[in-house]
Design a protein around this ligand. Structure first.
Ligand code: SAH
Ligand code: SF4
Ligand code: F3S
Length: 443
């Protein structure tokens, strides 16, 4: 055993929320490793880092539950253990107030992740809690160290923050204003990833369509996608999220043209009612959205379209909810993430009257899910017998006898095959459809 490693302090990161947080946790891991920490299981860790999400009440509850468990274990077994708390929840003043009473050692925000090693040193030296959260975003700091999970698929931020202020959403408050990374920095990162063996990248932004605003050189998201398409070694390019209000034809033609750009567009509809869309401050109507879907299907006939939907926004009537259901039936999304509206303090919608009763929200969600699952199953069944190119990702999480892979349209295909296929692009025939996945055979 390497003695140096044996003595090194150990860290464990708990990541909640979206891909942005997954990516930030890779940065946190890189920063900690550079400071001499080594990764470990949760039981052995000398430092536990919470990277948190506040998008819905349930997300915050999960974090508080786990925090209680960790702090109790520290009291009983590990009084020397440090607990650091960062991510979107840390940006919210009422959360920080609550943390003050809980005995967390370090609190850092989404804008000062890079300060974590310094804050750790301060906490160790002073033996007092260190709370340091920047209220506002600074300029983008890069490159920062990062430790990605080994594999074939990597997330790459192309921008940070959001300017849209949808009335229900906390993200603009936790992630600050929109800033785009310079295209050359992004392409440099893609080249590094290709050299390190990654085959698929997902470009991340809260609204990728507005990439490039404010950059010195005029580069938009379509231009960036085509630049990424030229990086040798990267076989597949994915991206999310596209805001329905500004998906240009230029972008759709770029997706159709770029050989490596996957035919999958995630365009959250949120609601099918114009009155609710307006109250959500989404900036489009159901008619505009339907027109967008036709454009996508016309320009990229193979495209899979997925969406996010919210039921029970304040004041949503039964009829308005039924308009969402109607859109789901008309459009037939390949996949949809469905949520009950959750009031987030500090957002405009949280102050609106007529909050919908929880039982009503549950009823609407269950009915919407039933309909969406039915549609997804029907679409999947129509794929049986088809031959598709998949990237083999690893051993299936649900069946260790099988390998798991993904089509360009983001469908999971499980099949029997040798482990040396992992990381390769191969053709499979779809043999059986389920609601959330497909089965196939190597051909
Ligand atoms: N920037 C992306 C993702 C935002 S968060 C986008 O604009 O689509 C992911 C999803 O969470 C949102 O699309 C929305 O459907 C859901 N969401 C956000 N805030 C919510 C809230 N307060 N209650 C319920 N769902 C919410
Ligand atoms: Fe939230 Fe709207 Fe921004 Fe998405 S676009 S992160 S839903 S404010
Ligand atoms: Fe993501 Fe949750 Fe923050 S969804 S941006 S981690 S509030």
């Amino acid at each position: 055993m390497n003695n140096e490693l044996y003595d090194a302090p150990k860290y464990h990161i708990l990541t909640y929320g979206c891909q942005m947080n997954v990516r930030d946790s890779e940065t946190i891991a890189g920063l900690l490793e550079n400071s001499g920490y080594v990764s470990s299981g949760i039981e052995e860790a000398d430092l536990i880092v919470f990277n948190t999400c506040s998008v819905r009440h349930s997300a915050e509850n999960k974090v508080y539950g786990k925090l209680g468990e960790i702090l109790a274990r520290r009291r009983k077994k590990r009084p020397d253990m440090l607990v650091a708390f960062g991510g979107c929840m840390a940006q919210l003043p009422d959360v920080r107030q609550r943390l003050k009473k809980r005995g967390v050692d370090i609190v850092f925000g989404t804008h000062n992740v890079h300060e974590l090693p310094a804050l750790l040193d301060m906490a160790k030296q002073s033996r007092k809690p260190v709370f340091q959260v920047w209220e506002q975003e600074g300029t983008i700091i890069e490159p920062l160290p990062s430790l990605r999970k080994p594999g074939f698929s990597a997330f790459v931020n192309i921008m940070h923050g959001c300017n849209n202020f949808c009335s229900y959403c906390i993200v603009p408050y936790t992630r600050g204003r929109e800033r785009s990374r310079k295209p050359l920095e992004i392409i440099r990162e893609l080249n590094e990833l290709a050299a390190a063996g990654y085959r698929e990248i997902t470009l991340l932004g809260q609204n990728v369509n507005s990439y490039g605003l404010g950059l010195e050189n005029k580069v938009d998201f379509a231009d960036l996608l085509l630049m990424a398409n030229n990086v040798d070694g990267i076989e597949r390019i994915r991206f999310m999220t596209s805001h329905p209000k500004d998906v240009s034809n230029k972008l759709l033609y770029a997706i159709a043209e770029g050989q490596r750009i996957c035919e999958h567009v995630h365009v959250p509809l949120q609601s099918g009612s114009n009155r609710i869309l307006n109250k959500m401050n989404r900036g489009y109507s159901r008619e505009h959205y339907l027109e967008l879907i036709s454009r996508i299907r016309e320009i990229i006939p193979e495209a899979a379209i997925s969406s996010d939907l919210i039921v029970g926004f304040p004041g949503e009537t039964e009829e308005e909810y039924l308009e969402t259901l109607d859109m789901v039936e008309k459009i037939r999304f390949d996949a949809a993430f469905t949520f009950m509206y959750s009031a987030r303090s500090g957002t405009r919608a949280a102050l609106m009257e007529d909050q919908v009763e929880i039982d009503e929200k549950r009823k609407r969600l269950a009915q919407l899910n039933k309909q969406q699952y039915q549609i997804a199953t029907e679409i999947n069944r129509s794929l049986e017998g088809r031959i598709d190119e998949v990237l083999v990702e690893g051993v299936s999480k649900t069946d260790s006898q099988k390998l798991s892979s993904r089509t360009r349209t983001n469908r999971i295909v499980n099949f029997s095959g040798q482990k040396d296929l992992i990381g390769k692009l191969i053709n499979v025939r779809i043999t059986e459809a389920r609601t959330f996945s497909l089965f196939g055979e190597v051909i």
